[in-house]
Design a protein around this ligand. Structure first.
Ligand SMILES: Nc1ncnc2c1ncn2[C@@H]1O[C@H](COP(=O)(O)OP(=O)(O)OP(=O)(O)O)[C@@H](O)[C@H]1O
Ligand SMILES: [Mg+2]
Length: 272
């Protein structure tokens, strides 16, 4: 089953064209002028149920913009997105049941109340049956060590604890699709290990489809089977990681292969 379909997706941001100096600022107030920054320039791909896909790209390549369009937070300028057959932007409430989202830089936890209360609220919002809720909370405690800080308010958690709690919160309603935008940013090696284990198990046992962006090659190698590389808003590469390693893995590490892809190494880009 196709979980994510993206066709000719584009996003342009309107940004103010500012002149310098007082006169320039005044002119901008009277007659503002704008340019369009093309952040995503016509990308297409399909992701099947149970796939785990890494979305790689340099800073500003358009990864977060794409994730925001796929999760229904942002409306595309052009093109179509289908999440399990539906447009995520116009069916945002329905869509929220089908997806889990983690933005490593932001939290979805209520800041001032104990973490457990966020989970109780989510149980209520998603109407999660008691047995499902307690089974999931047990699992989150086992693998992510959630019980260690459930009684603390989110603002008192360390970054690694906060990310683990966010990850659990994104999966409490067992969504079939999980979007992760830099989920391990600033997280230490042992917490990362827990996160990888948890995501791999979720992908394997629940067939959860995962789309992840990261700058950390370990994330990619540990979790993902397929690699999509974005460059300046366009797809530079889309193939399975096993295929890449099969072709070049004897001589190069995955990181070296990825660097060559970014450098437009003709042999690797064309699969020769
Ligand atoms: N709200 C916004 N308004 C204007 N421009 C934006 C906005 N959000 C992003 N951009 C621009 O769009 C481009 C793509 O940004 P985006 O955040 O999608 O990149 P990214 O691939 O996630 O980068 P990073 O690896 O740094 O997170 C960048 O040039 C960025 O400056
Ligand atoms: Mg980003």
């Amino acid at each position: 089953m196709e979980m994510i379909e993206v066709w000719n997706l584009k996003k342009g941001y309107r940004i103010a064209r500012k002149s310098t100096g007082i006169m320039g600022n005044l002119r901008h107030l009277v007659m503002p002028r704008y340019d369009t920054l093309e952040a995503v320039r016509g990308i297409s791909f399909r992701i099947e149920e149970g796939e785990s896909v890494a979305f790689l790209g340099l800073n500003g390549a358009g990864k977060s913009t794409t994730i925001k369009m796929l999760t229904g937070i942002m409306k595309p300028s052009e093109g179509t997105v289908r999440i399990m057959g539906r447009d995520p932007f116009s069916n945002r409430i329905d869509n929220a049941r089908r997806i889990g989202v983690v933005f490593g830089q932001k939290t979805q936890l209520w800041w001032d109340i104990p973490v457990i209360e966020t989970f109780r609220l989510l149980k209520h919002i998603y109407d999660i049956p008691e047995h499902q809720y307690s089974r999931n909370m047990d699992r989150f405690s086992d693998i992510l060590g959630l019980h260690e800080f459930l009684s603390q308010p989110a603002r008192k958690l360390s970054l690694g604890q906060r990310v683990r709690a966010d990850l659990a919160a994104s999966l409490i309603h067992e969504p079939p699709i999980l979007f992760l935008d830099e989920p391990t940013i600033g997280v230490d090696v042992t917490a990362k290990q827990k996160i990888y284990e948890f995501l791999k198990e979720t992908n394997r046992e629940k067939k959860t489809t995962i789309l992840l962006t990261s700058h950390d090659m370990k994330d990619l190698e540990s979790i993902c089977q397929r690699l999509i590389i974005l460059e300046k808003g366009k797809i530079l590469f889309d193939d399975s990681i096993d295929q890449l390693l099969g072709r070049y893995g004897d001589e190069l590490t995955l990181e070296e292969i990825v660097i060559r892809l970014f450098e437009h190494d003709a042999g690797i880009c064309q699969g020769e």
